[in-house]
Design a protein around this ligand. Sequence first.
Ligand code: ADP
Length: 274
Amino acid sequence: MTHDWKAIDAAVRVEPGEKSKLKERDTVCDHLFADRDAAEAALKDCAKAINDLQDRLWAERSRSLLVVLQGIDTSGKDGTVRGVFNQCGPLGVSVTAFGKPTEEELAHDYLWRVHAAVPKKGMIGVFNRSHYEDVLVVKVRGLAPSETIEQRYAQINAFEKHLSENGVVILKFMLHISKDEQRERLQERLDRPEKNWKFNAGDLEDRKLWDEYQSAYETLLDRCSTAHAPWRVIPADKKWRRNAMIAAIVHGTLADMAPTYPRVSWKPTDFTVV
Ligand code: ADP
């Protein structure tokens, strides 16, 4: 790999205990992966390498990787899944989209459905939205009392610590786009017939609450970026740069985990296939 993933990571990571300063964070960041062709080549290499490492992770069967994708409507959560994990076979990656909770889910605590979807040992699991909706939409739309929401930041940190102490490596990405970029993407959904199906009038209602959502994001970044599960704020106005950055960090993390094929206790020469 020609890129320095640690430098990319350092540029987008929210350091635990520090303020995220979301308003000051760039949504373009054209000094990182400045060249589009190079970014696309890096993405391709990383996607293939992620698949190879996942194979080892599965053979090792002792740890898993959880990738949490959060972002405002049109920020590119689906596109990230397609772009970064397209080389992985369906056996090794599970993708879970969290929508409005069902009646059954609401009858449990809010982490119940999330815990059930955490990838088992050997798997990469991707969350398209997550338990963070319970301090985002739930907060902005007033779906729970503010005291209840207030308690959740510490509960989420404890939950993620529990997972990380039990073999789950957690990567959390906020896909950060500008309000202008969202306008263009929503307009495109109206202008292009093949994208009409993606348009949801409810997204316009959420757009009116842009500032409230940004503020809710800032709070969770400030309070839930921890040593065991730090947040990364990914500049996401350019889809190719977003994918290249996320792929670089996912690949770098998996490479650091260094999963290895288990050694067998017998000698292959002891057997003959007839
Ligand atoms: P997406 O917009 O991600 O493509 P959907 O159109 O199914 O997918 O939208 C999912 C919706 O579910 C979003 O509006 C999101 O805010 C909502 N949602 C997710 N989790 C919760 C939750 N815990 N409580 C209420 N609403 C939620």
